[in-house]
Design a protein around this ligand. Structure first.
Ligand code: PMP
Length: 419
């Protein structure tokens, strides 16, 4: 299978931003006559050449449907797909690759868990499902739907004004003894808050709840060790970690996933089908009905290998320097309010008094700086702060101190133009 691997770079021992930037061909362009400064990484990351080549190589050389194929291409595609599962399992420190279910993304993973929990009868009337004030809509709405189906109640851990979760309130809710599931994010996509995931997971588990971690944001910024975390489920999207859209992962504890019912029915998820009776496949196939995103899974493994070569800790340290510098550089702008606590990861959100975030973002784009504006799919969080949205700059491994300078300069200019 050696020829399946596209070009690989030698292992990098240090963080070389210049060489990293040249790994991302899309960054080499100008927008409105200025060098593109891409600071919308919390929405989606750009893809390095190794990922682009992996996708292309798959379609050029061994595209075939996986499993059950006797021919050469099917064997190659199956081998690469299952190897990708092992790469993900290794990155997550999962006990087994069988615990890695490929999905379309974070949203798909959460909906899968929500549906199988509803079907299982484990959650019912009088029970509580607990989320946090920081959640993305995709970690709220599927649980509301579960509550509607089962009669359970949705509870929310409130947050403080600095965008950290109210741990005392969290413990009080747990002490009520009704929480059957805690679903929360490891890093807030809106404010960059890093939640104390291990402590919160431990507390919820000792209160008898299942725990799902939305790792959509943390997957590319912090090391992920599902065994150390002690949670039951963890979900993420490939496109937030330099892989294509349309691929993601649900990791779940094998004993639990074995016990829970399947959800979507179809090919792959069965052992035997007759019109009278169907027996279901083993993990992970039980949860992978239909033809999966084969190329996406293989490209995700290439992205993970790429991140691993650099080292997620080194990436995190680099991004933390940038985000702290950005917070410092933006602070002097008159009327600015930064959201989230110091020590945020990935995202830096702000508003400037009297100006609309959308107008600011539009002007910033005209000056070559790509940021996101709006509610960031966190309307309840925005409501908590009495705002309709923010400007959000979010960072990735290829961002530089020059990007931070450009952000500060362009934000100040845009604010001055709007005044
Ligand atoms: N949760 C968080 C914390 C996110 O940042 C996102 C994407 N912005 C999602 C969930 C949803 O991810 P996707 O749209 O890839 O399913």
């Amino acid at each position: 299978m050696g020829h399946l691997a596209p070009l690989r770079r030698p292992l990098r021992s240090m963080f070389e931003t210049e060489s990293l930037i040249s790994d991302f061909p899309i960054l080499d362009q100008s927008v409105n006559g200025r060098r593109l400064v891409y600071l919308d990484n919390a929405a989606t990351t750009q893809k390095p050449m190794t990922v682009l080549l992996t996708s292309r190589h798959y379609y050029e050389s061994y595209n075939a449907n996986i499993h059950r194929g006797t021919h050469q291409l099917a064997r190659m595609a199956t081998g690469a797909f299952e190897k990708a599962r092992q790469t993900v399992a290794r990155y997550l420190n999962a006990a087994s690759a069988d615990e890695v279910v490929f999905t379309a993304g974070t949203t798909a993973g959460i909906n899968l868990v929500s549906n199988i929990l509803a079907l299982s009868g484990r959650i019912g009337s009088g029970d509580e499902v607990l989320v946090s004030a920081l959640e993305h809509h995709s970690n709220i709405v599927p649980w509301q739907m579960l509550c509607q189906r089962t009669g359970a109640a949705l509870k929310v851990i409130p947050c403080h004004d600095d965008g950290t979760l109210d741990q005392q309130a969290f413990h009080e809710i747990l002490a009520g003894g009704r929480v059957k599931l805690l679903a929360f994010t490891s890093i807030s996509n809106a404010f960059g808050t890093i939640n104390p995931v291990v402590e919160m997971t431990r507390a919820a588990k000792s209160a008898g709840a299942l725990v799902l971690i939305d790792a959509a944001q943390s997957i590319a910024h912090l090391p992920t060790d599902v065994r150390a975390l002690g949670a039951d489920f963890l979900v993420f999207s490939g496109h937030k970690i330099y892989a294509p859209t349309g691929i993601g992962v649900l990791w779940g504890r094998a004993d639990l996933l074995n016990e829970l019912p399947p959800w979507q029915g179809g090919g792959e998820m069965i052992k035997e089908v007759s019109f009278e009776h169907t027996t279901y496949n083993d993990l992970p196939f039980k949860y992978e009905a239909g033809t999966p995103n084969i190329e996406g899974a293989i490209a995700l493994a290439a992205a993970i290998d790429y991140v691993d070569e650099i080292g997620v800790e080194a990436i995190h340290a680099h991004e933390m320097e940038l985000i702290e510098a950005a917070a410092g550089a933006l602070s002097p702008i008159p009327g600015i309010r930064l959201y989230g606590p110091a020590g945020r990861s990935g995202s830096l959100s702000f508003n400037i008094e009297g100006l609309h975030h959308y107008d600011l973002g539009t002007l910033m784009d005209q000056m070559g700086v790509a940021v996101r504006t709006g509610h960031h799919c966190c309307q309840p969080l925005m409501a908590r702060f009495g705002i309709t949205g923010t400007v959000r700059a979010s960072f990735a491994l290829y961002n530089t101190p020059q990007d931070v300078e450009a952000l500060a300069e362009v934000t100040a200019k845009a604010a001055a133009m709007l005044r």
